[in-house]
Design a protein around this ligand. Structure first.
Ligand SMILES: Cc1cc2nc3c(=O)[nH]c(=O)nc-3n(C[C@H](O)[C@H](O)[C@H](O)COP(=O)(O)OP(=O)(O)OC[C@H]3O[C@@H](n4cnc5c(N)ncnc54)[C@H](O)[C@@H]3O)c2cc1C
Length: 404
């Protein structure tokens, strides 16, 4: 197995981490594996599963205990993400526990934390995050959904697309445009509850992978949202998103590591069983070298992600580190799963094989959470920031000279 040769993880170095891993692995084998095919057909995991995850304490692990969370640090939440993917479980837990709950915990009022996080921790409520719109994905600032101030409430109009957990969720943490067309115009975050009149969803999309994770459109037609559902300050939404996106991106990197490890272990098993030319496939040097290369790649990125997990645990992860985690771990996962599929021959192309599912799921990891091109943009902006600063200063000095 890959773990036999891997460097022990610094981020998961306590007995509690080992106990969590064992409990989660057992739970997934019992509750997920027998049902997963049906969930894929339904294009979502059932609500009862969210509640079971909550009962076991696997949701919102690093949220404060006073709101029903696990009261643990980020590394426990990270381990849950990684092991779910290692075991082939692909659903919107990261959005729920590692994106939406942290937003509310960081920017929410006491009443919002009591109301939302406590229900999210039990799985009674599922949360989604609504940033992307039909005409605003990478370019978030172009979003068009408006929230008009009506005194004691906002009136929300517009739509969101590609929303993970959109179909099953009880509420969406939505980025909306407030004070549209005025000098105070800005992006704000609103907790919009599904029970509100005028809030509807499309059917879950037919995706090429991650089929048990529901992804759909959300529509807002004159939806009344009480002012107490504004998250943080009006107009600060874009800043809040920039502050929280590094954690989201690290989460995608962590999931990519778990997925790659899982599929490597399954492939190691497969090649010892499958035979050609009177030999196990594992006996061909090509097989051994390919898988050695995969193990080495995983190890290298895993070490970086491990380091970033500790940084996030200490609230020190930067935007660039979050972007590098997502960019490199998802590229590595895509490469590893492609090699593993090849070693499965024709069976690798058949959906009932985990490697086929994993191959399809890998593709979207380079798109969501900000595409990998946007990750490169963030990294290169940091690399060239001095250059642009100097250029701007030079241009300003030249302008001043001309106007004098
Ligand atoms: C399965 C799935 C789940 C998702 N879940 C969520 C969710 O829960 N919540 C949510 O808000 N969103 C979600 N998304 C949306 C996702 O974040 C967006 O798809 C992504 O940010 C890209 O936006 P877009 O699809 O509009 O692509 P576009 O922005 O149209 O980009 C198209 C192409 O142009 C490239 N491009 C764009 N701008 C630049 C640039 N400046 N420089 C270089 N290249 C550029 C992109 O990299 C991409 O290759 C999900 C998407 C999928 C597929």
């Amino acid at each position: 197995m890959y773990s036999d040769i891997a460097i022990p993880r610094q981020a998961y170095n306590t007995e509690e981490h080992q106990m969590l891993q064992a409990a989660l692995d057992e739970f997934i084998k019992k509750e997920v594996h027998p049902n997963y095919e049906e969930w894929e057909k339904n294009k979502m995991v059932p609500r009862s599963f969210w509640q079971k995850m909550g009962e076991q304490g696997f949701l919102c692990m690093d949220m404060p205990e006073q709101y029903g969370g696990g009261g643990l640090d980020f590394s426990f939440s990270a381990l849950v993400l990684e092991r779910c993917r290692y075991q082939g479980l692909d659903f919107g837990i990261a959005v729920h526990s590692d994106i939406v709950a942290p937003y509310i915990n960081r920017y929410g009022t006491e009443a919002q934390k009591q109301k939302f996080i406590s229900k999210m921790a039990t799985g009674e409520w599922v949360g989604s995050i609504g940033m992307s719109e039909p005409s605003a994905g990478s370019d978030l600032k172009a979003l068009k959904t408006t929230a008009t101030d009506m005194g004691d409430h906002y009136l929300v109009n517009g739509s969101k697309t590609f929303i993970t957990n959109g179909f099953v969720c009880e509420f969406c943490c939505c980025a909306v445009r407030t004070n549209a067309g005025t000098s105070n115009e800005g992006i704000s975050l609103l907790l919009i509850e599904k029970s509100a009149d005028g809030f509807t969803t499309g059917k879950p999309f037919d995706k090429i992978g991650a089929k048990a994770q529901d992804t759909c459109e959300l529509f807002f037609d004159n939806v009344k949202v009480p002012k107490e559902n504004l998250l943080g300050e009006e107009g600060m939404g874009f800043k809040y998103m920039m502050q929280e996106l590094p954690r989201e991106r690290l989460g995608i990197g962590i999931e990519a590591i778990g997925s790659a490890e899982g599929i490597l272990d399954k492939t190691l098993q497969y090649v010892t069983e499958r035979r050609a030319f009177k030999k196990a496939i594992a006996e061909f040097q090509n097989t051994q070298f390919k898988l050695a290369d995969c193990a080495a790649e995983i190890q290298v990125y895993q070490s970086f992600i491990d380091h970033c997990t500790i940084l996030q645990k200490d609230h020190k992860l930067t935007a660039v580190q979050g972007s590098i985690s997502k960019l490199k771990a998802t590229e590595m996962f895509s490469k590893v799963v492609d090699e593993c599929l090849q070693l499965h021959g024709g069976y690798g192309f058949i959906w009932e094989y985990d490697v086929a599912r994993s191959y399809a799921a890998a593709r979207v990891t380079r798109i969501y959470g900000g595409t990998n091109e946007i990750m490169k943009l963030i990294i290169s902006r940091a690399l060239f920031s001095d250059f642009y600063k100097k250029n701007r200063a030079k241009q300003q000095a030249e302008k001043a000279l001309i106007s004098n």
